[in-house]
Design a protein around this ligand. Sequence first.
Ligand code: TMP
Length: 243
Amino acid sequence: MHSGAERVLRYEGKAKRVYRTGTPGECVIEFTDAATAFNGERKGEISDKGRINCATTSIFMAMLEEHGVPTHVIRQLSETELLARDVEIVPLEVVVRNIAAGSFTRRLGVPEGTPLSRPIVEFSYKRDDLGDPLLTRSHIEVLDLAPADVVAELEVRALRINELLRSHMVDRGVTLVDFKLEFGHTADGELVLADEISPDTCRFWDTATGDKLDKDLFRHDLGDATPAYQLLLDRLGATGVPA
Ligand code: TMP
């Protein structure tokens, strides 16, 4: 881990560790090579993933900030670490889909690769012990998971982020199939995009070849994921950790 400041582990997720720093309102997010799928049923490593996903997230978050989308990222600290604003995570996973794949295909019988007539936004309950179940607006309201105005705002932001990511990737020969976002509130109440944007949390297909450039390679044991993750990062034009 990045040396220097005192850090205390605050939270250990499946692919990231979050540390408190000495500065109130800030945290350090460390990306690891650990990979899980199907709610932790499948466990392993994707070598070099921590570095690749840290850089990828850093690039995407900076692009979104440039287009007026507030995010938790302050800056990249090292190859595998970001400095971020501390947030209270809204306990919803916000999924946007442009093309049928994954659980949408399994649940609804729509063949993988079928383009959707418009982007779909789905909410799931962020609860590993329950397997992150899909939620309706009524569930969110009755379980008091988030106020209706926040849910409406999450949908607006998710669709805006979809447009920005989609057009960014089109220019780089990559099709954005679907992705998952998480949002949080900062100490002063600002709603910001949090977590990561990477091949762990998005489906990316090479537009020319149809090759998968994401975690589906690991989920379905389709081959080494590292070169695909690196290819995606290369398409983003990564130049290394900013000074
Ligand atoms: P799904 O088709 O499995 O529901 O996944 C939709 C998108 O969300 C896909 O891009 C992968 C991403 N995702 C996560 O980031 N974390 C998760 O736990 C799950 C299930 C999906």
